[in-house]
Design a protein around this ligand. Sequence first.
Ligand SMILES: Nc1ncnc2c1ncn2[C@@H]1O[C@H](COP(=O)(O)OP(=O)(O)O)[C@@H](O)[C@H]1O
Ligand SMILES: [Mg+2]
Length: 188
Amino acid sequence: MKELSLHILDIGENSVRGDGKNITIEVLEDLQQDTLVIRIVDDGRGIPPEMLKTIKNPFTTSRTMRKVGLGIPFLNDTCMMCGGKLDIQSTVGVGTTVTARMQHSNIDRPPLGDVPATLMTLFASHPEICFTYHYSWRDKEGNGDEFEISTQDLDEILEGVPLSTPSVYVWVQEFLADNMKAVRGEGE
Ligand SMILES: Nc1ncnc2c1ncn2[C@@H]1O[C@H](COP(=O)(O)OP(=O)(O)O)[C@@H](O)[C@H]1O
Ligand SMILES: [Mg+2]
């Protein structure tokens, strides 16, 4: 995948299809540790242990329309290629946590891409789900900042206007992008 945001979309959609009602997406950039971590946590139905054993293999899927599942194997490949590792913890009836670790400075690491656009796609197409986004950034000296927002917070700010309303959609996307920049210490 050319951009990590597309992996976020893919793994986020797995959580949606897995019946998650609360889905947390974390992006943690740490230049001091030289790590980039993407973590997606849901409270959905979970993955049965026998499926979990082979889930990094492309032939593991519960889809009926096509015989291969690719979301997790693709992300696993990306992690391995970038000196990292994909970890999946899941308990049936409790939920799933997918943690993708990469070496931040690895030459093969894809760019994050347009994370605000990916988040808006998820948020606006699943208004019934409560999403939380958490972003943190640390520089080489260990100084940094973090930012967190949930769709519940946004609903309160928007007083019932749906996120899919075009002007709102654009505004929230910019709001997310501005906050990510501010966390990285990139001024206007
Ligand atoms: N968060 C999740 N909750 C429940 N089941 C999941 C979750 N993530 C993945 N799965 C299961 O693992 C399978 C493989 O996922 P993936 O590699 O993304 O392929 P695909 O989504 O195309 O089937 C899915 O079909 C689904 O059964
Ligand atoms: Mg998938």
